[in-house]
Design a protein around this ligand. Structure first.
Ligand code: URA
Length: 241
């Protein structure tokens, strides 16, 4: 990545204003690769430089990528006048960056939600053309069977005329739980497809999005930054086509 001014890099994290960065530098509180930074306008490559403030490593990468285990009861939105949103689970300094969830999960759906400020990547991950599969675990009323598998694989047309792309369905155990794989994200899609088969969804959890798999060490409501490997694998997933 290209080099950027230190004050721009640090202020882009949302934690300090440019003026505050100037003060940090003036008081000798900022180091780049262990060396004291002399001027806020000095330039560094954020991908190869370890920037520290008061000894704490600060991630100055241009975008932020967060894996959240969405709990039930929160909206997948950036803000809402009446209801709590997933963004409320993040600290203020991150919210200030203009983060947003990549695609929506229903209020009662749990599981993997990617939150970022990288609009280009988000757009590509959601594009059906990029073939990034989203896998959901559904608990249904009744049991899914081979006929349901075949109908979803064909590409369903819902009651209101909505055409769905072919989707994967894998019954688990006795068929009251199943894995559903979608390449697109139409409104209430899993619930509507399974309801149309007479198997209404009781609970729904997203397990993965392309190569990104929900970390089973994350409890509902918890989040973490993506690892460098996860970031690279997402970029690879959308650059294949
Ligand atoms: N399909 C649904 O029906 N709901 C979700 O939250 C996600 C996919």
């Amino acid at each position: 990545m290209a080099q950027e001014r230190l004050d721009k890099l640090l202020s882009s994290t949302g934690r300090w204003s440019r003026k505050e960065v100037k003060e940090l530098v003036r008081h000798g509180r900022v180091r780049a690769n262990e060396v004291l930074v002399a001027r806020p306008e000095d330039k560094y490559d954020p991908e190869t430089t370890a920037i520290q403030v008061d000894g704490e490593l600060v991630d100055c990468a241009p975008f932020v990528y967060i894996m959240l285990h969405k709990p039930a009861g929160l909206l997948s939105a950036t803000e809402d006048k009446r209801q709590k949103t997933v963004l409320g689970l993040l600290p203020e300094y991150l919210r200030r960056r203009g983060l947003f969830p990549v695609g929506r999960l229903d209020k009662d759906t749990t599981g993997l939600l990617l939150i970022t400020d990288d609009g280009a990547l988000a757009h590509e991950l959601l594009s059906p053309k990029k073939h990034v599969d989203k896998v959901y675990l559904a608990q249904v009323e009744g049991q899914v069977n081979q006929e349901d598998v075949d109908v979803l694989a064909e590409g369903m047309v819902l009651g209101d005329g909505t055409r769905c792309l072919p989707a994967g369905l894998k019954p688990l155990e006795d068929g009251s739980r199943c894995l559903v794989t979608l390449r697109e994200g139409k409104y209430h899609q899993v619930k509507r497809m399974l309801a149309a088969r007479g198997k209404p969804v009781l609970t729904l959890k997203r397990l993965s999005m392309g190569p990104l798999v929900l970390d089973d060490g994350l409890n509902p409501g918890n989040w973490r930054f993506l690892t460098p490997n996860e970031r690279v694998s997402l970029q690879r997933a959308v650059s294949r086509t």
